[in-house]
Design a protein around this ligand. Structure first.
Ligand SMILES: Nc1ncnc2c1ncn2[C@@H]1O[C@H](COP(=O)(O)OP(=O)(O)OP(=O)(O)O)[C@@H](O)[C@H]1O
Ligand SMILES: [Mg+2]
Length: 284
């Protein structure tokens, strides 16, 4: 999935106007959605399309009966990919803890099991439609609430905010989109670079206003280590957080030994990302 070749994933969104309110643990629901995005992304090694949709919907007695939840108004969230899909036997098992078809240590098989638990705890439903070779849709239904939405100022416990400017470097549209959103939620100003060449250009032009760089170690044009060295030449005091879809490996270790400030594995959670950033930016 992190091959050096360029892969196109197009994202289409269709969001309901005047969407109903739901009362949820934002951190948990974010975790559920993040896992669905990553699964979709991993299911499209040759690129594809991702559809994100929200909808107000009223579920009747008949529909909800097998799921043992209440009939009534729900907010439906759909995540559809045009990826590899699943056969019937796989589909039967995806919500089981530790069930994974991903080789090596690429998957723990806990993503959907925890998604299932979280949605159930919210009184909701999660369903899947999939056809081998064609793609997959996950639907989440969360019970709508009578309450008015309140703008959430308070972030989950342990999440640390900031206001600095961060240059976020990745070549995957989906990672860029979620990364930017996470960082902005935390209060940061975000600049984006999509290739090694672009990072260098942007950093050369704007390094005085950039407080930190979050750098994907696998870029299509220039290796992560090489990018790091070039950035360091521009500014010896640069602060860089490395990111990678792989867990710690020799390449990452080497870059860290050359002075790089930290490492975070993708997909990152809001809390983890927020803490790694503060740890680096607050370091003297
Ligand atoms: N969008 C999808 N397309 C095809 N198969 C999928 C999709 N989402 C999940 N699966 C299948 O369901 C399995 C379980 O998914 P789950 O998210 O629980 O674990 P994982 O992705 O393998 O590991 P982890 O989430 O811990 O990284 C996957 O290994 C895969 O076989
Ligand atoms: Mg997963």
């Amino acid at each position: 999935m992190f091959a050096q070749t360029k892969r196109q994933i197009k994202i289409y969104t269709k969001f309901q106007k005047d969407i109903w309110t739901v009362e949820v643990d934002v951190g948990q629901i974010e975790q559920v959605l993040l896992n669905l995005y990553i699964n979709a992304w991993q299911a499209m090694p040759g690129g594809g399309e991702l559809y994100l949709e929200t909808q107000n919907i009223t579920l009747d007695e008949n529909y909800v009966r097998p799921f043992k939840v209440k009939p009534g108004p729900y907010v439906k969230i759909s995540v559809t990919d045009t990826g590899v899909g699943m056969d019937e036997t796989t589909k039967q098992r995806i919500f089981e803890p530790f069930f994974t078809t991903k080789e090596g240590n690429r998957g723990t098989g806990l993503g959907l099991a925890s998604a299932y638990g979280i949605i159930k705890n919210h009184g909701g439903i999660i369903t899947v439609y999939s056809e081998k070779g064609r793609g997959t849709t996950f639907n989440i239904y969360l019970p709508a609430s009578e309450k008015e939405a309140i703008k959430q100022e308070k972030l989950a416990e342990g999440v640390l905010k900031g206001g600095e400017t961060i240059l976020f470097v990745d070549d995957e549209e989906m990672i860029i989109k979620t990364g930017k959103e996470l960082l902005e939620t935390l209060g940061y100003k975000v600049l984006i670079a999509k290739s090694g060449k672009e990072v260098i250009e942007i950093y050369r032009a704007k390094n005085e206003q950039i407080d930190m760089v979050i750098l994907d170690t696998v870029m299509p044009d220039i290796g992560g280590g090489e990018i790091y060295d070039m950035l360091k030449k521009i500014n010896p005091d640069i602060k860089v957080l490395l990111s990678s879809g792989y867990s710690m490996n020799d390449e990452i270790k080497e870059i860290l030994e050359r002075g790089c400030d930290g490492f975070i594995q993708k997909p990152f959670t809001l809390k983890e990302l927020s803490r790694k950033i503060r740890k680096i930016l607050d370091k003297e």
